[in-house]
Each structure stands twice: as structure tokens, then as C-alpha cells.
Design a binder for this molecule. Structure first.
Ligand SMILES: CSC[C@H]1O[C@H](OP(=O)(O)O)[C@H](O)[C@@H]1O
Length: 367
């Protein structure tokens, strides 16, 4: 996607040296566009843990390049396994991280030391390019949902509620739920997006609002708790979110607060659709509520917030009462029964094992 007319991806190999890895520092957005240069796997691990890079598909792609960086120095079997394990421990919920590292290990274990670094860069590039095309197709398969809503309300805007950030900066390009919104907007459909602020890290008000603003998509930032009220008053035509892991029965792990949005949507008869690439499927898990590990992040993310002062300084301030403890689960799981359907690069399906088997027969055979 573009930033002020300049095309970007969210991760790329530096064309000047051909090996270091460039990323957008998402902790600096929306205040500044800062490009970081990563030169080893430790910097990659920090970038993922600190959420300089974030978003399920993107952390997988960046971890893949982190493995390539490590193998430039030491491409022994021991180093390959140890670095993959270290990167795999950076964040527990998004299955894309393990998916990407497993794909890298399958590609690299058969390669003789001495040739592994080049093979790793090629395999990481394949993961990145696969994600770009996958996310573009997700947008294509989601578009008819918005077209159908627009056809039922001619001359009126299609109101979409989204949670967290599922845009091009959460993937290598295009995004997942936002890929649908971008394609609808670019096709001339009158879309408007209710952007959940998405406390505590404000991926919505800071990142989704920034992305949509840069692309000229009409949007309004709302408090996380306002979505149900808007649904009760007919102001939401569809809820579109991304995900960090979908189980074989269609349970959906996503940013904390998604489950509450799904409950409100179910209670108000609002369609609740989840967009995901194949790399977000975890067919080894059935019951998401009981089996998906939920990342618990530093409580300070809840007790504090970061923003820009009126004279342009970016500062972090404490918003909670001094001395109060905090708890910060970063994800929750929405049971399949609350999900209207899944939008993937292969098409749309119901949130069920049958639905997923229909789109991904190879997974059924393997599981
Ligand atoms: C395109 S998937 C984005 C997915 O990842 C986000 O989590 P985080 O910001 O913690 O990386 C959120 O759950 C989004 O739905």
C-alpha cells in the first residue's frame, strides 16, 4: 500500500546491502513513519515482542527473515533449531509465527550448511510474496459481502465495524479484513468504518485510523464499548475482523474485545465475519477457548497510555490510579457459534470443520 503516494510493504530486504531487514516501527505510528534496520535475530525478536512489528501474518514473515539473518553468521543444525525455537517463543497466540518457522525449517533442514543463508532468504521471500497474494485474494472474496449490503441500501453508506488493526501493516501488504474494505472503497462502494480504538494498545485509533486516513477511506474512531450501542441503533451493517488463530471447528482467537463485539453482533443480528489467510489456520486445535494460549502482556499497557502532546511530543502517561494493579490478556477467543463466516484466500465458508474442509481439503487429510 502507499504512504503519501509512495508504495510500501511492511517488511523488506534492504536493497542497498541485500541482507539487512527493513520494517516500519509501528510503535511510532501514527506520529512518525520510522523505518528500522534489523541486522540480527535478536533485534527481530525484540521487534516482535515489543510490537514494533505486529499482526499475525507479519510476525510470521519477519521471524522468517530473522532466521535468515541468524544463518548468515552460523548455519549449523544447532543454530538453525535454536534460533527457530527462540523466535517461536516471542509471542504465543498467533499461529502464523509457528507456521512460518515450521515452513522455514522444512525448507532449510535438507539444505547443506554453507548454502542455508541464501536458501533462507529465498524461503522468507516466498512467505512474504505468498502473504501479499493471499491477502489480495481475501479482499476479493470479501468484497461481495459489502456489495450485497450496498445493493440493499442504495445511495447510503455501508457501515462496517472493525476491531484492532488488520490492515497492510499487520501483513506484508493489503491486510485481511481491511483488504476487503480497501477493495470495496477502491471499487467505488460507499463504505464507512467504525474503528474500535482497541485498548490498551490502541491498534485501532492509532494504526487502523492512520491506514484508512492515508487511503482516504471514511472512518470514525469509537470507544471499544460503543459498538454494541451502534448495533442496537442500526448503525452497523457488518462486523469485519481479523484473527490470530482459527481452530478446526472455527473458533477464532483475536485481539481482546473481539468476543464482546461478537456477542453484541449476535444479539443484534449483525453479520460477524472473520478474514484470515491459510497461515492462520490451526487444524491441530479444536476447542479454542480451552486450547489456544492467550498472551498476557505487561500490565503497564493497561495502566498507562501513549499519545502526542499539543506541542508535538510523544509521551506515555499513567491513566490508572496510582498503586492499582493491572491485568492485560492480549487476546480472547470467539466461539464458532458467534461467527457468521470466514473469508479466506480460497473463498468464504461457515465457521466449522465442514466449512474449512471444503476450502482446505489438504488440511482435512493431514489432520
Ligand atoms: C491481520 S491479523 C491482525 C491481528 O493481529 C493483531 O494482534 P496484535 O496487534 O497483538 O499483533 C490483532 O489480533 C489482529 O486482528
Amino acid at each position: 500500500m502507499k504512504i503519501d503516494g509512495v508504495p510500501y510493504r511492511s517488511v523488506w530486504v534492504d536493497p542497498e546491502d541485500g541482507w539487512s531487514v527493513r520494517i516500519l516501527d509501528q510503535t511510532r505510528l501514527p506520529w512518525t513513519v520510522e523505518i528500522l534496520r534489523l541486522t540480527d535475530e535478536r533485534q527481530v525478536a525484540h521487534a516482535i515482542k515489543s510490537m514494533q512489528v505486529r499482526g499475525a501474518p507479519l510476525i510470521g514473515a519477519v521471524a522468517a527473515y530473522g532466521l535468515a539473518l541468524a544463518l548468515r553468521r552460523d548455519d549449523s543444525d544447532a543454530a538453525l533449531e535454536a534460533v527457530a525455537a527462540m523466535l517461536g517463543r516471542t509471542r504465543p497466540t498467533a499461529i502464523n509465527l509457528r507456521w512460518a518457522l515450521d515452513r522455514m525449517l522444512r525448507a532449510l533442514r535438507p539444505v547443506a550448511p554453507g548454502r542455508r543463508a541464501a536458501a533462507a532468504y529465498a524461503a522468507a521471500a516466498d512467505i512474504a510474496e505468498d502473504d501479499v497474494e493471499t491477502c489480495r485474494r481475501i479482499g476479493q472474496h470479501g468484497l461481495p459481502l459489502l456489495q450485497a449490503i450496498a445493493a440493499r441500501k442504495p445511495g447510503k453508506r455501508v457501515n462496517i465495524l472493525t476491531h484492532c488493526n488488520t490492515g497492510w501493516i499487520a501483513t506484508v501488504d493489503y491486510g485481511t479484513a481491511l483488504s476487503v474494505i480497501y477493495q470495496a472503497h477502491d471499487s467505488g462502494l460507499p463504505v464507512h468504518v467504525w474503528v474500535d480504538e482497541t485498548r490498551p494498545r490502541n491498534q485501532g485509533s492509532a494504526l487502523t485510523a492512520w491506514e484508512l486516513g492515508k487511503h482516504g477511506v471514511p472512518h470514525t474512531v469509537i470507544a471499544d464499548n460503543a459498538g454494541g450501542h451502534l448495533m442496537q441503533h442500526g448503525e452497523v451493517d457488518i462486523v469485519l475482523v481479523g484473527t490470530d488463530r482459527v481452530t478446526r471447528q472455527g473458533d477464532v482467537a483475536n485481539k481482546i474485545g473481539t468476543y464482546l463485539k461478537a456477542l453484541a453482533a449476535h444479539d443484534n443480528g449483525v453479520p460477524f465475519w472473520v478474514a484470515l489467510p491459510h497461515s492462520t489456520l490451526d487444524m491441530s486445535v479444536r476447542d479454542g477457548v480451552r486450547e489456544i494460549p492467550i498472551e498476557e502482556r505487561d500490565a503497564r499497557e493497561v495502566l498507562e497510555t501513549t499519545g502526542q502532546t499539543w506541542d508535538g511530543r510523544v509521551e506515555t502517561v499513567r491513566t490508572a490510579a496510582p498503586g492499582s494493579a493491572g491485568l492485560n490478556p492480549a487476546f480472547d477467543v470467539t466461539p464458532a457459534r458467534l461467527v457468521t463466516g470466514l473469508i479466506t484466500e480460497r473463498g468464504r465458508c461457515e465457521a466449522s470443520e465442514t466449512g474449512l474442509r471444503g476450502l482446505y481439503p489438504e488440511f482435512a487429510a493431514a489432520a
